[in-house]
Design a protein around this ligand. Sequence first.
Ligand SMILES: C[S@@+](CC[C@H](N)C(=O)[O-])C[C@H]1O[C@@H](n2cnc3c(N)ncnc32)[C@H](O)[C@@H]1O
Length: 435
Amino acid sequence: MTGRRLSILSPKRNKRLQTGWEGFFPYYAGYPEHFARELLRTAKLPKGAVVLDPWNGSGTTTYTASGLGLDAVGIDLNPVMIIVARARLLPPSEADHLRPLAATILSHAHSASARLADDDPLLTWFDAETATFIRAIEQNIRRGLVGNMTKSPDGVKLDRISGTAATLYVALFAACRKLVAPFRSSNPTWLRRPKETDARLTASMIEVARLFGNNVRGMARALAANQLELLATGSPKQGGTRIALSDTAIMNLEAESVDFVLTSPPYCTRIDYTAATRIELAVLGPLLGTNARSLGLRMIGTTQVPKSQIEVSEDWGGTCARFLEELRRHPSKASGGYYYRTHLDYFDKMSRSMARMSTAMKPGARAVLVVQDSYYKEIHNDLPTVIGEIGKAHGLRLTRREDFHLRSMSDINPARLTYKRPSGATESVLCFAKK
Ligand SMILES: C[S@@+](CC[C@H](N)C(=O)[O-])C[C@H]1O[C@@H](n2cnc3c(N)ncnc32)[C@H](O)[C@@H]1O
């Protein structure tokens, strides 16, 4: 493996670096673009090599791989992330179309006499007038830019949506995100649903149109700046990229088709990945064939209790077995019940997903996983070691591990003081090779 030593930078996200095109795709659980670029660049992959991110989120891996001229496959179960990752891949040559398109969409939205379904999910946060106008914008994006090719009886095939449509959806997501700011809590990933008796949010058409228009203008500008940079640096032609909506625990990728995996799996810290994108899912409501609850149940790391009985598997390794046993015996309420079962669900889905990921890798292919540890009460959940052991059970040899100390969201959790656990978290970069 000499000559192919990967350069591993800190995977910590730095807000100051999130400017330009990257700045439009903030996502709390990702690693930064420069981390992914440096890794993929030093992987020295041959032309035509395929890079996979099975938990692609906002698409940092697929965007970076594509910019380096590599082919990439990005998978995610959350439809919002599919749209975001698609938008991120919009070729800079499309920058000029965005503003006129947004102007047309807004003028149709203003003049249309839109009707709103009584159960439109936007009504969770907005009053009827505001929701109607947001829906009118969304309907016009859909009517103008989401063609028949993408429609199916189970809803719109979001993985086939055009980059332009996806970009306009992202601009509308960001506008709505700003409007629902009063429902944010101290946990930045959590958006509160108002109580039945709470007043809903009101925003004038002018305000909604201004937010949407400003976002599109900003995106067009950032994309145009990318175009100039590409011309100046003579970057390679964008690689071919496929973004697919799929559940990694049951995904069917072609065996031995992948040369390199770069990913960060879902955390085991009770992050509800659908709750974090509630407002975006509400915008997409009419396009989805599934409801948010059933989507949430399939997510790795879900806070919902699994329907089936799950047994501890040998594939999860000794570290995981010891952690689960300590958790099950913890005297606090619900440890042996609810928390034990949701953790079983996490490790079961992770193990099944890693088995499928490994099958898709060519012999000798490498995989880099960014994994964070955490605490359950005072019990250390050494997820990087657990993932290393799960990988081993599925034919992956751990070749290197680099640890980075981070301040983490658990620092704002009062339980940290009650259970006397150290501040921050360790984010580990795990490098595997397929045997
Ligand atoms: C840690 S995030 C990935 C962040 C990504 N590296 C980025 O730069 O944005 C994990 C992702 O896994 C996705 N996910 C959770 N369960 C999944 C499943 N069963 N199948 C596919 N994706 C899943 C979540 O929707 C989330 O986007």
